[in-house]
Design a protein around this ligand. Structure first.
Ligand code: SAM
Length: 642
């Protein structure tokens, strides 16, 4: 069956190209000096002078917190307002992990009563309605935003944010303030660790050691082009119903309880976009996502238009009835070694019901190819990934290349350009220039979604390994990279070490890591599949390394962190292999600190030396942190060559 296409054009919105990064729009009349937005992070950083001991002493109380006390709740409360109650509050900060606004209410019992407010930003006064309540915290939705607005409020770049798109959490918050909030969240988490470690007796040595910890300023995006359009992969969902929010600029309505989202009764039979927050059955049609690049957005609109017009031949998948064909549109992008943009279009589908679906998809692929490859827009391939699962995961069991001569993109990373000059003093200039790592990115392989911020994260990791300072003399060093994934860290440090061993559970990730090593002609990095539990961890290292001592151990576990036995296995490494340094990379500082507490407690052979937070995902609550531990002088490492 053939589908003929009308050629009508759809209107799309034009967005302002320049938005304030570090400028606040309004000022709140706050008691005392107004809060100062964080200075834009510079590319060449000087390490912060702030030590862990200073952090312990620093209170998080700031000018915005003071403003909380001036809220309309003049009388201290005995308990939090009931579900359904309306109250005016001032939001003082953002909650770790969720990005919800935090309003602290005065309490007669002296304990802190906390309201978490959805979609509210620091410095904002809001009328809220409580939607759920626990003993000392409650969750609320905004009924009305009160004047004056927050000094940190900025115009969100995309209208879908105002419609309730779940892709971004706080696009309406000044980026400098986002960074300040994330930095203070990491600091508060570490503050707790330092307080716990320095409490009690026999801890004088620990307290003295904390004096030495360097807490680095958060590394954020430095250009507007890095704050928006930074994602190299977006997964859009096809659906048979279009979620139409009740208001274009939507606040939660009084009938909004818990997860229920009111909507206008005007669904169409086709949608391509992102899920509404916490609703996997609702697809908000997206014409332009501010987190991806311009050409990727053009592809999104092009595919949406062509698929909507052929809906009879290419029915969208209904994840309730499990019928339909089109499931996801995944658009990936990369910048290759020559600095050219490369793009991949991957359509995830169910198995076809008949030949007409395959034929219609091929027709679509031809059109996408003509528009974005033949005209020199950088499209490298159009792929189809076929899945039979009922889950919403955009991964196929079988891949078909519909267009293009290869099925993967090439991404070049140059992390040394983000390393602080102090670390590069001994680096021969030619090595500085040459250090480029190429990564092959196929449709189903993992790659960090923000390449520029990934380079900065890799730069912090390189700094933490200590390999750069002695670049010309440390050719004997052995680095072990646990939970190495596709090897991005291993491949990056290989140029500065004698040998690198990456260990990882996923066979396909190890295959990618090996392929990438070959592609980069890196001969001193090996990768092995290993399930890193407490019993196998060092066995895997020793088997592969023929008992060579480890100089630097890098660990980058999943978000949940490590289990206690894995942590203990690392700290209690056999003396022959005991690493001199441990670099703990994490996308969840809360679990990182939990693990570090175990690593540093009591008579630990290690002490914490530095913590470096990195913002990889502007407008979302996520952040990374790189912690570096060093062996104590009296504990000795397996090898003293580092
Ligand atoms: C945060 S990712 C690491 C990403 C990696 N550093 C990279 O840049 O590609 C965590 C990795 O831990 C791996 N993993 C989870 N549990 C594991 C286990 N028990 N043993 C080995 N690897 C495991 C996952 O497969 C995943 O690749």
């Amino acid at each position: 069956m053939h589908c003929t296409l009308p050629t009508t054009r759809l209107p799309f919105i034009t967005l302002p190209s320049r938005l304030p990064l570090y400028r606040s729009t309004h000022r709140l009349p706050l008691p005392g000096p107004p809060p100062t937005p964080a200075a834009p992070p510079s590319m060449s950083r000087t390490p912060s002078k702030r030590t862990a001991a200073e952090l312990v002493a620093t209170s998080r109380h700031n000018a915005v917190d003071e403003a909380t006390d001036q809220s309309t709740l003049a009388q201290p409360l005995e308990r939090l307002p009931k579900r359904g109650a309306t109250v005016d509050v001032q939001v003082s900060s953002l909650a770790y992990g969720t990005g919800l606004g935090v309003a602290r209410l005065p309490s007669s019992a002296g304990e802190s009563l906390v309201l978490f407010v959805r979609r509210a930003i620091p410095g904002e006064r809001v009328r809220v309605r409580v939607v759920s309540r626990r003993r000392n915290f409650a969750e609320a939705v905004v009924v009305e935003r009160l004047e004056p607005s927050s000094p940190f409020a900025v115009a969100p770049r995309c209208r879908h944010f105002l419609e309730g798109c779940g892709g971004c959490t706080f696009q309406n918050l000044l980026y400098a303030k986002q960074l300040e909030e994330k930095e203070s969240q990491v600091r508060a988490i570490y503050q707790g660790l330092f307080q716990r470690l320095s409490a009690g007796d026999a801890r004088a040595a620990t307290a003295a050691a904390l004096e030495q910890v360097r807490f680095e300023p958060i590394v954020g995006a430095t250009e507007l082009s890095e704050v928006y359009g930074y994602r190299n992969k977006m997964e859009f969902t096809f659906g048979p119903r279009r979620w139409i929010p009740a208001n274009t600029v939507r606040e939660e309505s009084p009938s909004d309880h818990g997860d229920h989202q009111p909507e206008a009764p005007a669904p169409t039979d086709f949608a391509l976009g992102l899920h509404a927050p916490r609703r996997y059955d609702k697809v908000l049609a997206i014409e332009d996502c501010a987190l991806q690049g311009d050409v990727a957005n053009e592809i999104l609109r092009f595919v949406e238009r062509r698929c909507r017009q052929r809906v009879a031949c290419l029915p969208p998948y209904d994840n309730a009835a499990h019928t339909g064909f089109l499931r996801n549109l995944v658009i990936r992008s990369a910048v290759n070694a020559a600095g050219e943009r490369e793009l991949m279009v991957n359509v995830v589908t169910s198995p076809p019901d008949g030949p007409h679906e395959d034929e219609a998809l091929r027709q679509l692929a031809d059109e996408v190819w003509e528009a974005f490859a033949e005209s020199g827009r950088g499209l490298v391939c159009v792929l189809q990934n076929i899945t039979t699962t009922k889950s919403g995961v955009a991964v196929g069991e079988r891949e078909v290349r519909l267009k293009g001569s290869r099925s993967a993109l090439e991404q070049a990373l140059r992390p040394l350009r983000w390393v602080a000059p102090a670390y590069l003093r001994n680096m021969p200039p030619e090595r500085l220039q040459q250090h480029t790592v190429l990564y092959r990115i196929s449709a189903n392989s993992f790659f960090q979604p923000n390449p520029v911020q990934s380079e900065k994260l890799l730069a912090r990791i390189l700094e933490a390994t200590g390999l750069l300072e002695t670049a010309s003399s440390n050719r004997q060093t052995f680095v072990v990279d646990l939970f190495c994934g596709t090897g991005s860290i291993s491949l990056c440090v290989a140029a500065f070490a004698a040998r690198v061993l990456g260990l990882e559970l996923s066979e396909s990730a190890v295959a990618d890591a090996r392929a990438n090593a070959e592609r980069n002609r890196i001969v001193n990095a090996e990768f092995a599949v290993a399930n890193l539990d407490h019993e196998t961890l060092w066995k895997a290292v020793q088997t592969a390394s023929i008992s060579q001592a480890v100089d630097v151990l890098v660990v980058d576990p999943p978000r949940a962190g490590m289990n206690p036995r894995q942590v203990r296995a690392i700290v209690e490494a056999p003396a022959a292999v005991r690493p001199r340094r441990i670099v703990y990379v994490s996308c969840n500082p809360a679990t990182q600190v939990r693990d570090l507490e175990m690593m540093l407690a009591g008579d630990s052979p290690y002490r914490l030396r530095s913590v470096a937070p990195v913002d990889q995902f502007p407008h979302t609550p996520h952040m990374e942190a790189v912690a570096m531990l060093e062996i104590r002088d009296d504990k000795g490492a397996g090898n003293a060559s580092a």
